[in-house]
Design a protein around this ligand. Structure first.
Ligand code: T5A
Length: 219
């Protein structure tokens, strides 16, 4: 593939969106085509699925199996209509969450069987795997605190379906991410996300500069 695929992962409020915005503008300043996207979502179909997953519009109980398949459906659409074409053009694609979120949340969080999730992921992504994944690791309490502060600032009521899960669920997700990162050392870059925003931005840039230099000849 001509382009570069980067994903950002981490628990709630770990700062992924903030860092993706900063990284994207740095890369664009170098003349690189950057596509920023997110999961669930990233396509019209994916955004509709996101609404179901985040806000449970029907009010009906969403079974764990249904949840897994909805995340996978959003991902399958996302890969084929956004990520793959952008990578073929040579763009840098930065995704706010990708396949590791399913292993962390549905696998380690909900306790669903990881080999089955890996199979479903494989079916959805059709060999499109990020070259580099930044794991922004943060204590669950700190992340939730940031979310509540942000929501107060933008006068948004309440929290979404996943954010309202128990503290122990979110702790299992965080621990799961660290296990996934240890298992995939070549792809993962672990960042301690309780640091200042500027400091984290610098750490990410240091990690990515070399790869971009090779692929896009940036300074
Ligand atoms: N999910 C997703 C699954 O269960 N399975 C899957 O397969 C997939 C793909 C998505 C949900 O879906 C789940 C996981 C999620 O629960 P979402 O709304 O996209 O939900 O939620 P998140 O991805 O968690 O995004 P958030 O917006 O909640 O958090 P971010 O993007 O990590 O954090 P960000 O940058 O918005 O920052 C949050 C606040 O903290 C501040 C920011 O200004 C902002 O106010 N902040 C900092 N404050 C202090 N120091 C720093 N270093 C800071 N960095 C940011």
């Amino acid at each position: 593939m001509k382009g570069l695929f980067i994903s950002f992962e981490g628990p709630e409020g770990s700062g992924k969106t903030t860092q993706i915005t900063r990284l994207a503008s740095k890369l664009r300043a170098q003349g690189i085509e950057v596509v920023t996207t997110r999961e669930p979502g990233g396509t019209k179909t994916g955004e509709l699925i996101r609404e179901i997953l985040q806000h449970n519009l029907s009010g009906e109980n969403i079974y764990e199996e249904t949840e897994i398949l909805l995340f996978a459906a959003s991902r399958a659409q996302h890969v084929r209509s956004v990520i793959q074409p952008a990578l073929e053009r040579g763009a840098c694609v930065i995704s706010d969450r990708f396949l590791d979120s399913t292993i962390a949340y549905q696998g380690f969080g909900r306790g669903m069987k990881i080999p089955s999730l890996e199979w479903i992921n494989k079916y959805a992504v059709a060999n499109i795997i990020p070259e580099m994944t930044f794991l922004l690791d943060l204590a669950v309490e700190e992340g939730m605190d940031r979310i509540h502060k942000r929501n107060r600032m933008i006068k948004m009521d309440g929290i979404d379906r996943m954010e309202s899960e128990s503290l122990s669920f979110h702790k299992a997700v965080r621990a799961g991410y660290l296990k996934i990162a240890r298992k995939n050392r070549a792809r993962f870059r672990l960042i301690h996300a309780s640091q200042e925003v500027d400091k984290i931005e610098d750490l990410i840039w240091k990690q990515i500069k070399g790869v971009c230099k090779k692929k896009y000849d940036v300074k």
